[in-house]
Design a protein around this ligand. Structure first.
Ligand SMILES: O=P(O)(O)OC[C@H]1O[C@](O)(CO)[C@@H](O)[C@@H]1O
Length: 246
């Protein structure tokens, strides 16, 4: 696992965008695994700027997102479909048919999970997977207690996750209780993984991750089982490591 420490969120976002742009320049038909949450917002802004400022194009790229809330229609203002549209898809030239997210309002959640894992296998493997890090160590919506061999599945969200995400909704009561998420084993199928973490509220989780105690109680620790993972953090997210003089 490589660890890269950046001065701040801006520097981290620029570096992450550089890696994505390099990937797409090398292989214009790359498959990108995408995440939601606040952390990739800087990356998505820089990717959008890349279109106008650096002549980037994503027209042959396929994207596949990690997760979606169950019960939210794709057009719901708080769905991850809408999040991706607002923050990335409407600013870049990825064809709509190449943008993939789980359907949060399927007839059958089980069938949707199967469909999504099959989709991942048919367009994959993901060349570059972007991940955020939950304060409780989740990746995607794989909450503490998730087994490492699980593929795309339905998950009950932890209370802490619903609290963390209440800022995107009016109140915690409006945050859905369940989601569809790629599993740990789905994520580990990627060729390369880039985990981003920013801010003091991630410092404890970053410290736990870097302790290399591989346990289902801290799902991100399973990333240690993958051969090509880079963690990009800013100084605030790394501050507990620096305090220890590492
Ligand atoms: O980037 P944030 O908003 O801190 O979220 C971290 C993680 O939590 C989630 O938003 C889910 O709670 C993930 O999508 C994300 O990777």
């Amino acid at each position: 696992m490589n660890v890269l420490v950046f001065e701040d969120f801006e520097a981290l976002s620029i570096a992450a965008a550089k890696r994505v742009e390099q990937q797409v320049r090398e292989n214009s038909a790359s498959v990108l695994g995408l995440a939601t949450g606040s952390t990739p917002l800087g990356l998505y802004r820089k990717m959008s700027e890349g279109i106008t400022k650096r002549g980037m194009s994503y027209r042959n790229v396929q994207t596949i997102n990690l997760d979606e809330y169950i019960g939210l229609d794709p057009l719901h203002p708080r769905s991850y479909h809408t999040f991706m549209d607002e923050h990335l898809f409407k600013h870049v030239d990825i064809p709509e048919e190449n943008q993939h997210l789980p359907n949060g309002k399927p007839d059958s959640v089980e069938e949707e999970c199967l469909r999504y894992e099959n989709l991942l296998d048919s367009i994959g493997p993901v060349d570059l997977q972007i991940l955020g890090l939950g304060t409780n160590g989740h990746i995607g919506f794989n909450e503490p207690g998730t087994e490492p061999d699980i593929e795309t599945h339905c998950v009950q969200l932890a209370d802490t996750t619903r609290e963390d995400n209440a800022r995107f909704f009016g109140s915690i009561d409006e945050v859905p209780t369940h989601a569809i998420t790629m599993g740990i084993s789905s994520i580990l199928k990627s060729k390369e993984i880039l985990l981003l973490a920013s801010g003091k509220n991630k410092a404890e989780a970053v410290k736990t991750l870097l302790e290399k105690n591989i346990t289902k109680e801290f799902p991100a620790s399973f990333l240690w089982n993958h051969p090509n993972v880079t963690i990009m953090v800013d100084r605030e997210a790394y501050e507990l490591m620096e305090t220890e003089g590492r």
